[in-house]
Design a protein around this ligand. Structure first.
Ligand SMILES: Cc1cc2nc3c(=O)[nH]c(=O)nc-3n(C[C@H](O)[C@H](O)[C@H](O)COP(=O)(O)OP(=O)(O)OC[C@H]3O[C@@H](n4cnc5c(N)ncnc54)[C@H](O)[C@@H]3O)c2cc1C
Length: 585
C-alpha cells in the first residue's frame, strides 16, 4: 500500500475544509497539507447554499445582538463562549472573503448589502444574489490554488482513521478511479466531511451528505454530540426536496394555507403591525423549527393544499415583482420553473418542510478539537455547540470559515512538539482497514441489498424521527435501526470492479448513515423534553433542570450506543423565553 506523509490531512474540501487548508498554508508554507475529498471540491454541498452568511457590519447592529439571537434561536443549548468567539470573528472572515474576491451584493452607495433572515432581529446576512454558497466556495477554491503546499486528492474516499497510542495519526482512503487504497500518515487530521441529511428520504441535502465524517470520528471513539437536533427547512420543493432559500421570506415572501390565510399568526409567531407588514423577527421570519412545526399542525387540521406532489402550503412572492425577483432570487425562480413548472412571478409555489441541517455532530470544543488527541473537526459534521437546539439560517456558512480556520490553528499548535509515530503500528491499522474492504468484495453469504436497507432506514427516520416524535415511535426506530445495522453485515456488492465502483461507495455511505441514524435516535429517545428542533409529543415542555445539557452518544461496536451528558457553557445569558412566540412550548 502506498503511503503518503503529511503534517495535516483534511477530510473534505467544502467550505470548512478549504478554509482550514488555506489557514494552514498561510501560517507556514513548509507544512505538508493533504486535502482529501470524495468529490471535486466545487461539488461539495457548500456550493448549493443560497441565502447568505451572517456577520455584524451595519450601524445599529452589535455583536451582543448577534449573540442574543443565536443563543435564544438555539433555545439555550449553545455554548456561550463559543457563540461569543463566533460573533466576534464573523465580520473579519466575511471581509477576508471580500478581499479574496467574493462578489457580495452592494447597496447603491457601494457598501456591502445585507438582508433579513429568520431569527435574526437585525439585517446582517451578507449575500451574493441567491448563490452565496457558490461564490463563497469558488472564492475559497481559487484562493487555495495559490498555495503549492495544499496537495489535493480529489475523488478519494476516506475509509478509516488510523490511531496509535491514543492519538489520531492518519487515515486510509481509496482512490476512486483505480480502487487502490492509500495510507496517509499525518501529525493531525481535520475532519470537514459535511452533514448527514441523506438519512432522511426528503432533504435539501446533496447525495454526498451521508455522515461519513461523523461516522469516522464516532467509530474512532469520539462521541457524537446533540445528534437529535435535526433542522427542517420550512420551504422545500415537494417533489425533489430542493431548497427555496429563506431569502424568499427575507425579501418579503409569505406563507399561505389552503384558505389563503397567513397561518403563522395562529402559532404565536406575532401579529402584523399593519396589514401586509409583519414585525421583523416574526411571522415568516420566525425560526425554522417553529415554522416547520406550524406546518405540521396545519396538516393535522386539514388546512394544507393537496397537490400532485402531496400535501403542501403555498409560498407567495408575486407581490415582490419581476424586477426584484430577477435581481435577488433568480435561482429560486429557475428552480420552481424547472422542477414544478411554476413561475413565482405569476403564481404561488407549493412548498413543504424538508430535512436540511444537522445541528449535532462530532463533539468538539471551541478550539475545534475533539477529545481524541490529533483529531479536529469543523463545519457541519462538527458540533462545536454554536447552533444549540436550532441553527439560525446564515450562521452556518460563517461557522465553516471561523471554525475551519480555528481547527487549522489548533492543529498547528498540536503538531509542534508531537513525538514521532510508530509507523509499523500505523501500517498494521491501515492493513486492517484494507481487509475490511476486501471482506466486502469477497463476501459470498450476502443476502441484503444496499437500496433495500437504505429505503427501510429512510422510511423509519421519516415516520418516527421527524418534526414531532414520541416514545413509542422512537423506540420502534431504535429497534429497527439496530436490526438494520445487523443486517448490514450481510449486504452484498452487486459490482465488484475497481474503477469508480459507485456501488461500493454507496454501501460504505449507508454504513455511515446507519451509525449516525442510530446515534441520533438513541439521543432523541433519551431526551425527554421539547427544545428547538427536538419536539416530543409526550414531553412537550422544555426541561432545563434535567436537559440543559448536551447529549453525548458513544459508539459501542455492534452493541447499542451509550448516552451521557455534558453541561452547557453559560457565560451571560441565563435560559429564558424565545421571544418570537412569547414562550417556548
Ligand atoms: C441547499 C442548501 C442551502 C443552504 N443555504 C445556506 C445559507 O444560505 N446559509 C448558511 O449559512 N448555510 C446554508 N446551508 C448550510 C451550509 O451550506 C452547510 O452546512 C455547509 O455548506 C456545510 O459545509 P461543510 O464544509 O461542512 O461541508 P460540505 O460543503 O458538505 O463538504 C463536505 C466535504 O466532505 C467531503 N467528504 C465527505 N465524506 C467524505 C469521505 N468519506 N471521503 C472523502 N471526502 C469526504 C466531500 O467530498 C466534501 O468535499 C445550506 C445547505 C443546503 C443543503
Amino acid at each position: 500500500m502506498e503511503t503518503i506523509v503529511a503534517d495535516v490531512a483534511i477530510v473534505g474540501a467544502g467550505g470548512a475544509g478549504l478554509r482550514a487548508a488555506i489557514a494552514l498554508a498561510e501560517a507556514d508554507p513548509k507544512l505538508r497539507i493533504a486535502l482529501i475529498s470524495k468529490v471535486y471540491p466545487m461539488r461539495s454541498h457548500t456550493c448549493a447554499a443560497e441565502g447568505g452568511a451572517a456577520g455584524v457590519i451595519k450601524p445599529g447592529d452589535s455583536l451582543d445582538m448577534h449573540f442574543d439571537d443565536t443563543v435564544s434561536g438555539g433555545d439555550w443549548l449553545s455554548d456561550q463562549d463559543c457563540v461569543e468567539y463566533f460573533v466576534k470573528e464573523a465580520p473579519g472572515e466575511l471581509l477576508q472573503l471580500e478581499h479574496w474576491g467574493c462578489p457580495w451584493n452592494r447597496e447603491a452607495d457601494g457598501s456591502v448589502a445585507v438582508r433579513s433572515f429568520g431569527g435574526m432581529k437585525k439585517q446582517r446576512t451578507w449575500f451574493a444574489a441567491d448563490k452565496s454558497g457558490f461564490h463563497i466556495l469558488h472564492t475559497l477554491f481559487q484562493t487555495s490554488l495559490r498555495f503549492p503546499s495544499i496537495v489535493r486528492f480529489d475523488e478519494y474516499y476516506v475509509l478509516d482513521l488510523l490511531l496509535d497510542e491514543g492519538r489520531c495519526r492518519g487515515l486510509t482512503a481509496m482512490e476512486m478511479r483505480s480502487g487502490l487504497i492509500r495510507q496517509f500518515n499525518a501529525g493531525a487530521v481535520i475532519v470537514a466531511g459535511g452533514g448527514a441529511g441523506r438519512m432522511f428520504p426528503f432533504t435539501t441535502n446533496g447525495a454526498i451528505k451521508t455522515g461519513d465524517g461523523m461516522a469516522l470520528a464516532y467509530r474512532a471513539g469520539v462521541p457524537l454530540k446533540d445528534m437529535e437536533f435535526v433542522q427542517y427547512h420550512p420551504t422545500g420543493l415537494p417533489n425533489t426536496g430542493s431548497l427555496l432559500t429563506e431569502a424568499c421570506r427575507g425579501e418579503g415572501g409569505v406563507l399561505l394555507n389552503r384558505n389563503g390565510r397567513r397561518y403563522l399568526q395562529d402559532y404565536g409567531m406575532g401579529p402584523e403591525t399593519e396589514p401586509g407588514k409583519p414585525q421583523l423577527k416574526t411571522m415568516e421570519l420566525g425560526p425554522r423549527d417553529r415554522l416547520s412545526q406550524a406546518y405540521w399542525h396545519e396538516l393535522q387540521k386539514g388546512n394544507t393544499v393537496s397537490t400532485r406532489w402531496g400535501e403542501c402550503v403555498l409560498l407567495d412572492m408575486r407581490h415582490l415583482g419581476e424586477r426584484k425577483i430577477n435581481e435577488r432570487l433568480p435561482l429560486v425562480r429557475e428552480l420552481a420553473i424547472s422542477y414544478l413548472g411554476v413561475d413565482i412571478v405569476t403564481d404561488p409555489v407549493p412548498v413543504r418542510p424538508v430535512v436540511h441541517y444537522m445541528m449535532g455532530g462530532i463533539a468538539t470544543d471551541t478550539r475545534a478539537a475533539t477529545p481524541l488527541p490529533g483529531l479536529f473537526a469543523a463545519g457541519e459534521c462538527a458540533c462545536v455547540s454554536l447552533n444549540g437546539a436550532n441553527r439560525l439560517g446564515s450562521n452556518s456558512l460563517v461557522e465553516l470559515l471561523v471554525f475551519g480556520k480555528r481547527a487549522a490553528g489548533s492543529a498547528i499548535e498540536y503538531i509542534r512538539d508531537l513525538p514521532a509515530a510508530g509507523t509499523a503500528a500505523l501500517t498494521a491499522r491501515a492493513q486492517e482497514s484494507q481487509a475490511r474492504i476486501r471482506e466486502l468484495f469477497s463476501r459470498t453469504d450476502g443476502i441484503e441489498s444496499m437500496s433495500g436497507l437504505r429505503r427501510e432506514m429512510t422510511d423509519t427516520m421519516e415516520k418516527n424521527v421527524g418534526i414531532y416524535r414520541d416514545q413509542a415511535g422512537l423506540q420502534q426506530a431504535v429497534d429497527t435501526l439496530g436490526q438494520l445495522r445487523r443486517r448490514y453485515r450481510k449486504v452484498m456488492l452487486s459490482d465488484r470492479s475497481n474503477v469508480f465502483n459507485t456501488d461500493l461507495f454507496q454501501v460504505l455511505e449507508l454504513g455511515c448513515m446507519l451509525d449516525c441514524a442510530e446515534a441520533l435516535t438513541v439521543g432523541a429517545l433519551a431526551r425527554r423534553e421539547s427544545r428547538g428542533a427536538h419536539q416530543r409529543l409526550d414531553w412537550a415542555k422544555r426541561d432545563d433542570d434535567h436537559y440543559l445539557r448536551h447529549s453525548m452518544v458513544h459508539y459501542r461496536g455492534s452493541g447499542a450506543p451509550r448516552v451521557d451528558y455534558q453541561d452547557v457553557v453559560i457565560t451571560r445569558s441565563p435560559p429564558g423565553l424565545r421571544d418570537y412566540s412569547g414562550g417556548h412550548q
